[in-house]
Design a protein around this ligand. Sequence first.
Ligand code: ZN
Ligand code: ZN
Length: 346
Amino acid sequence: MSIRAILDNTNIYSYDYDNEAWQALKNSHKDLKLIMPCCDSHAVPKTSKLNNYFFAHSKQGECTSAPETPEHLYLKTLIAKIALSEGWQVITEKQGKTSSGETWIADVFCTRGNAKLVFEVQWSTQTNDEFIRRSKKYKESGIRCAWIYRLRGNKEYFKHDFSFGKDVPVFGIRQNKETKSLSVPQFGVSIEEFILGMFKGRLKWLPSEGDQLTAKVRPESIRCWKCKKQTKIIKEVLFYKNDVFISARSFSDRNIRELILQNIKNSKLAKFGIGSIKKRYSKTVGSAYLSNGCYYCDSLMGNFFLMKNEGKLLNPIAEFDFICDQQLIKFDGDWFFGQERSKSFF
Ligand SMILES: [Zn+2]
Ligand SMILES: [Zn+2]
């Protein structure tokens, strides 16, 4: 089953036909040289129960292409039409090869300039190994791919139930039992909005190595254990990519203190009534370490205070940009749609 067929050596697409033209093609196809894109079988124009037009083999013969559900045809048609409306070139059921000669057939193959993007609709169950294996073929062919994968019934999913990484992007879709409409519960949007958003560059894996990130330094107001005055210390750093919030890290996390010190002078912290960040000796630990201190008496305000969460969180006092370096600060990347991070459970 296909939404593309070849008529006199030219690709034709079922979604380009209106009702009248489709009826005419149905009536005349036997006299035409209309063939399937997957093999040399004659192509028969048909209409699915979801009212999408498609081509079927007149005889399946040797062809190994799998039959498709009406929903699969519907999604291929939808993706192709949105891609075209966004100025991409589209070939559905496109056959290709990796550099090492492995073949693939992409549901919807989209190009614009040098950008190549494949959509795969997966209506039946597929193992993670298979997602990985098939995604790798596209990667080796210099093509980005995205999977649209049907979620089963009312089952609740954890995002790592299926491949979720940057290289194997699988996005679940769920069908509403009554309306039959399809949505992407990870981001709480309709399938139409999701696909359109992908072409508009709203779907991003963040952060990637080398991205310019913004760090916002956030203090808290806390009582000094020694002089009993209300002082301020650095509580955490919030990380953003443009306006998208990525994650927060505690002051005591690996390399966070060093990052702050490299970018903000203690004299600047002092202007906000925040104690210096410097090495102070801790009797408890038995050595000196980079720490917060009291603005008034410079006593060590150790990591213990950060964990107690007794202070009052304040708004960020300073921000700086830096380049994402996973050796320095490790981020678990995630998919974002616009400002929205993928839900973990859906
Ligand atoms: Zn075929
Ligand atoms: Zn003090």
